[in-house]
Design a protein around this ligand. Structure first.
Ligand code: PEP
Length: 249
């Protein structure tokens, strides 16, 4: 954590939740304010309007987990950036490894989605990360740099407006977390890349994601280039998510 950058903690609910559980979770998180960090939840599309209504008047933000690269048209099942903006979304995840893995999203599509979001004033949280095979083959740095370069190229002079999330694929939902030192090493690489490309790397936020829990968040967030977290499983448990939000300061 670096005092130049306000920390950010984002919950990724993935495809979990239902109305009563969501209401209870959001009420608990809202009641735990104030936090020393920006806090947001990325919820399934269908819950955006209710989430917006429940969080109105708080400083907790909300967002989506995906966005179409297209502005509008015959794209059945897709949701546009304009629609997210209309729902008051501050953020949208793009390039989450589950989208890359299960939906074949390539770097260029991820970049186009980030561009579409920014064009409507929704901040893309661009996820990058290597698989276990890539890490074992010594390719971590090359992989994350390639993934990020595609987005930097597309966003050009607006690149500094994105948030980046480093999420090693082998740590997502597995209970296996990168050590603070492993995560810091990759964050430092990403920050140098952002600095070289935009000149604003020092003020940009880079989140860590991958089995962040209540008991390991503080050690991760203590690293100089880790500016908060993208939290999957633990964001569904109010007490755990609140502990993680409090660890970011
Ligand atoms: C995620 O979904 O982005 C994530 C990091 O999940 P988990 O915290 O469950 O590993």
């Amino acid at each position: 954590m670096n005092p130049q950058r306000r920390p950010l903690v984002v919950g990724n609910w993935k495809m979990h939740g239902n109305r009563p559980a969501n209401t209870e979770l959001l009420a608990a998180v809202a009641a735990a304010r104030p936090f020393g960090a920006d806090v947001a939840v990325c919820v399934p599309f269908v819950y955006l309007t209710e989430t917006a209504a429940q969080l109105a008047g708080t400083d907790i933000r909300w967002g989506a987990q995906d966005v179409s690269a297209h502005a509008q048209g015959a794209y059945t099942g897709e949701v546009s950036a304009a629609m997210l903006a209309e729902c008051g979304c501050r953020y949208v995840l793009v390039g989450h490894s589950e989208r890359r893995q299960h939906h074949g999203e390539a770097d260029e599509l991820v970049a186009a989605k980030a561009q579409a979001a920014l064009g409507k004033g929704v901040t893309p949280i661009v996820c990058v990360g290597e698989t276990l095979e890539q890490r074992d083959a010594g390719q971590t740095e090359a992989v994350v740099k390639r993934q990020l370069a595609a987005v930097i190229r597309e966003l050009a002079h607006c690149a500094a407006e994105m948030v980046v999330a480093y999420e090693p694929v082998w740590a997502i939902g597995t209970g296996r977390t990168a050590t603070p030192e492993q995560a810091q090493a990759v964050h430092a690489v990403l920050r140098s890349q952002l600095q070289a490309a935009s000149g604003h790397g020092e003020r940009m936020r880079i989140l860590y994601g991958g089995s962040v829990k209540a008991d390991n968040a503080a050690a991760l967030f203590a690293q100089p280039d880790i500016d908060g977290g993208l939290i999957g499983g633990a964001s569904l448990k109010a007490a755990d998510f609140i502990t993680i939000c409090r660890a970011a300061r």
